[in-house]
Design a protein around this ligand. Structure first.
Ligand SMILES: [Zn+2]
Length: 350
């Protein structure tokens, strides 16, 4: 990568008007080091984006206004300019001009870690809820892609993803992950794409739904009707499918969205209050007594907590729900006991 300082200069827009571009630094990826096997196809070394294929690092400049942009071109003549890499992939506005389309030659590439400096912070244009990762390795088997991801700054835990179709990603490409979704630049389609983790999605799809979840989704549909986004015929059809749905997967299919995009009914506020009161009761019991007596005094709190946890997890099967509720209540003894003990020591010292 070479960086040089470009002095201020006049630039001519495609419309023929001229404007002044102030002095700025230009980084050229054409001089990328030869440490990238698999990326050995010919790249253009021309300083302007025209004629180049693949990605040009930030500081490639827009041919119209001279602003620093990320630029992609493929062999089919498609060219995209982005103000920022990553969701929502803000497109640079002044390059929707067909006159800028140029003939290009050979090769394909997606954005790689070399295009996104580790030290470079995402601008306000990028949705920071999406974390950037680099592809460590990808294996395609039986039409599924298994992808190992590592955080871009090298720190923290990596992720392992399974996508139910082959993806055209390679080692060092960058992707963005949020919850169960991954956003990446599909170099073949020449546009950003979103995929979901097949394993995680299948897990969510199996979860049961409650009548409250059904009502929550029907209310959302009613909102879309009011906004004129759905016709009465569509609504009738969707409503039947929603009423018949038993799992999250069926519910998502009924309203034709990805299961990872589905929002079910939020927890009841009363159940959250119950949880808080149960914890306070447990802390109160351990701060008032010691040993076996404190455990007896804690029983009402324990029962209340198990009830609250049970009520807060309607999407679990009955047996699992009971076990989870009891386990959570038992585990809660530790923090409640520690807090209660601390309060007791505080009282004794006075
Ligand atoms: Zn521009």
């Amino acid at each position: 990568m070479t960086t040089y300082r470009r002095r201020g200069h006049w630039r001519t827009r495609s419309s023929g008007t001229r404007h002044w571009v102030t002095t700025h630094h230009v980084t050229r990826s054409s001089a990328r080091p030869a440490t990238s096997p698999g990326r050995s196809h010919p790249r253009s070394s021309s300083p302007a984006p025209s004629g180049a294929v693949g990605w040009i690092s930030p500081n490639a400049s827009c041919p119209v206004c001279g602003a620093a942009v990320y630029f992609y071109a493929n062999e089919h003549g498609s060219r995209v300019f982005f103000d920022e890499l990553g969701p929502p992939w803000p497109k640079h506005p002044c390059t929707d001009n067909p006159a800028l389309h140029a003939t290009t030659a050979g090769g394909r590439q997606a954005p790689s870690i070399r295009d996104l400096g580790v030290a470079r912070r995402p601008s306000d244009m990028r949705d920071r809820a999406w974390k950037a990762y680099a592809v460590k390795g990808i294996a395609i088997e039986d039409g599924r892609s298994s992808i190992a991801l590592q955080p871009l700054n090298g720190a923290g835990r990596g992720l392992s993803w399974t996508v139910s179709r082959p993806l055209s990603l390679r080692a060092d490409d960058i992707v963005f992950v949020r919850a169960q979704q991954m956003s990446y630049f599909d170099a073949d389609a020449c546009e950003p794409a979103i995929v979901e983790d097949a394993r995680r999605a299948a897990e969510i799809a199996r979860r049961l739904i409650t009548e409250r979840d059904r009502q929550h989704v029907l209310a959302a549909i009613a909102g879309r009707v009011a906004a004129g986004e759905m016709t009465p015929d569509e609504v009738a059809e969707v409503t039947v499918a929603v009423r018949a749905a038993r799992t999250r997967g069926e519910l998502a299919a009924a309203i034709r969205i990805r299961v990872t995009d589905l929002t079910v009914a939020p927890p009841r506020r009363g159940d959250l209050w119950l949880l808080a009161i149960a914890f306070v009761l447990m802390v109160g019991a351990t701060s008032a007594a010691e040993g076996g007596r404190s455990f007896l005094m804690m029983l009402p709190g324990l029962l209340l907590m198990a009830t609250a946890v049970y009520r807060l997890n309607p999407d679990l099967e009955r047996g699992a729900r009971v076990v989870f509720a009891v386990l959570t209540a038992v585990v809660a003894i530790c923090p409640a006991g520690a807090l209660g003990g601390a309060i007791q020591v505080e009282i004794l010292q006075r």
